[in-house]
Design a protein around this ligand. Sequence first.
Ligand SMILES: [Zn+2]
Length: 145
Amino acid sequence: MAESKSASTKDATKKPKAMPKKQLQHFEKRLLEERKRVLKELGHHSDTLGPNGEASDGDSSAYSFHMADQGTDAMEREKAFLFASKEGRFLWHLDQALRRLYKAPEMFGKCHQCGDEIAFERLDALPNARYCIACKQREEDSKKA
Ligand SMILES: [Zn+2]
């Protein structure tokens, strides 16, 4: 009999497929728009986070050190700073979503819980959404309980 094509070459690799580039660009734009809006609300006039030269404790060298150090420590401090406010938290999630979009576009728009695609309308309204509606609902229900 004719030898059938070897099945071992292509089947095991079931890679998640990224959404069409056009859609990714759309959400990138949405995320950047939201980011700009929140930054404005937070009173930042640039992309730089942290106190704008206002050294509340009179020691400005601590801040220049903070700016020079872009390691995990700085990131943790940035996070702590951002998480102090609701807008800040939102900004953090927007940044995380942007990072996902750039670094792992095939994961963007997929539910972190069940892996399903998040509905376009939901992502459009909330581009930083990490869960599909069903999983989000379940999470909220468990919180209430
Ligand atoms: Zn889900």
